[in-house]
Design a protein around this ligand. Structure first.
Ligand SMILES: Nc1ncnc2c1ncn2[C@@H]1O[C@H](COP(=O)(O)OP(=O)(O)OP(=O)(O)O)[C@@H](O)[C@H]1O
Ligand SMILES: [Mg+2]
Length: 331
């Protein structure tokens, strides 16, 4: 299916032909995200301590022999997120009309990946992230996070699961004006019952990295949009989540602050955290390992970084957006 939808897939992944074949064998459902180069490498880094095969797979040269030995179970073990045939239909308040925000979205994300999601305004990106974060429920399809079907979690379990696994940076920041910046950042830890000294300990390095140390006693209405965005990022990072979902995190930032935030996301990702970032910015997306394009409620196309530099990926993303805007068929 991947080769059919994305004919250039194999060119984009080093050793792509073989990886595609192996992964397709391993994932019997042959879904869109087989075994991307960066994902496999990052996943290997993550899991290397416990799994000899995966450590081997990290070395580009030695990777393929190790991958020969992958069983279906091992490949699945690297997967942090599986989105299967997701649908979302909104019914307006008085039931007058319906909006099909997602019609059939399927993709997988492997541990350690950095994935950007692009698509026109109204294409369903926020809807998708909200469902992935278990903040909204789909009309059809399923989301498996760490192998657990979100729809099968009870409401109380869902909140805890979200706190334990996810960091979410909202498009609208969602900071509480009645709480100081520091208390906003602490909120997920307070809800998780974390002792205060530990909260303090976790905050210091994050505040330093994000350059918000001087803002901690202020209130959200006393700081700028870009500063709010950084506070929102700090709140998402403080629980050390394995998966970070960010909705347009650079939207309110100037170019310097954007660069800083992108460097931060790269560093977080290098440390092993998986990042899924919705963005309108080609520059922001060009830092990712993979870019998914959503159109008409489906994943229309995707680009793997492969061996491309940021500049080369930037060009490929621009070309794809032009193709999407001019209504081109799937490449
Ligand atoms: N709560 C809602 N009720 C009804 N329709 C909604 C609701 N939320 C979103 N929609 C509609 O669903 C579609 C997808 O919206 P969504 O917010 O997911 O788009 P988006 O890709 O995030 O757009 P943007 O890039 O502008 O943030 C749009 O047509 C939108 O009007
Ligand atoms: Mg949105």
């Amino acid at each position: 299916m991947a080769a059919e939808l994305f004919p250039d897939y194999n060119d984009l992944v080093p050793g792509g032909q073989r990886r595609t074949r192996k992964a397709s064998q391993a994932n019997a459902d042959g879904n869109l995200t087989d075994a991307p180069g960066k994902a496999a490498d990052c996943a290997a880094g993550e899991s290397g301590e416990t799994d000899g095969h995966l450590t081997d797979a990290r070395n580009a040269e030695g990777a393929e022999p190790a991958r020969e030995n992958f069983t279906r179970r091992e490949v699945q073990a690297m997967e942090i997120l599986a989105v299967n045939n997701l649908k979302k239909v909104y019914t307006t308040r008085f039931g007058g009309s319906q909006v099909q925000a997602l019609s059939n979205v399927s993709f997988k994300v492997e541990e350690g990946e950095y994935v950007a999601i692009m698509g026109e305004s109204g294409s369903g990106k926020t809807t998708l992230l909200n469902i992935l974060a278990a903040l909204d429920v789909p009309t059809g399809g399923a989301v498996l996070l760490d192998g657990r079907d979100l729809s099968r979690l009870r409401e109380s379990e869902r909140a805890q699961f979200r706190r334990d696994h996810l960091g979410f940076v909202f498009q609208e920041f969602n900071l509480l004006d009645t709480f100081s910046v520091q208390d906003n950042i602490f909120l997920p830890l307070v809800l998780a019952g974390t002792p205060y000294p530990e909260m303090e300990e976790r905050l210091q390095p994050i505040a330093r990295k994000l350059g918000i140390g001087d803002l901690l006693k202020k209130y959200p209405y006393e700081i700028s949009g870009g500063q709010k965005q950084r506070v929102a990022v700090a709140r998402a990072l403080i629980t050390k989540p394995r998966l970070i979902l960010a909705d347009e995190p650079t939207g309110a930032l100037d170019s310097r602050a954007t660069d800083e935030l992108l460097r931060l996301f790269e560093a977080i990702n290098r440390d092993g955290q998986t990042v899924l970032m919705v963005t309108h910015s080609v520059k922001a997306a060009s830092h990712a390992g993979r870019v998914l394009f959503i159109k008409d409620g489906e994943v229309f196309h995707q680009i793997y970084r492969g061996v491309s530099s940021d500049e080369q990926l930037y060009q490929k993303i621009s070309d794809t957006l032009t193709m999407l805007a001019t209504g081109g068929d799937r490449a």
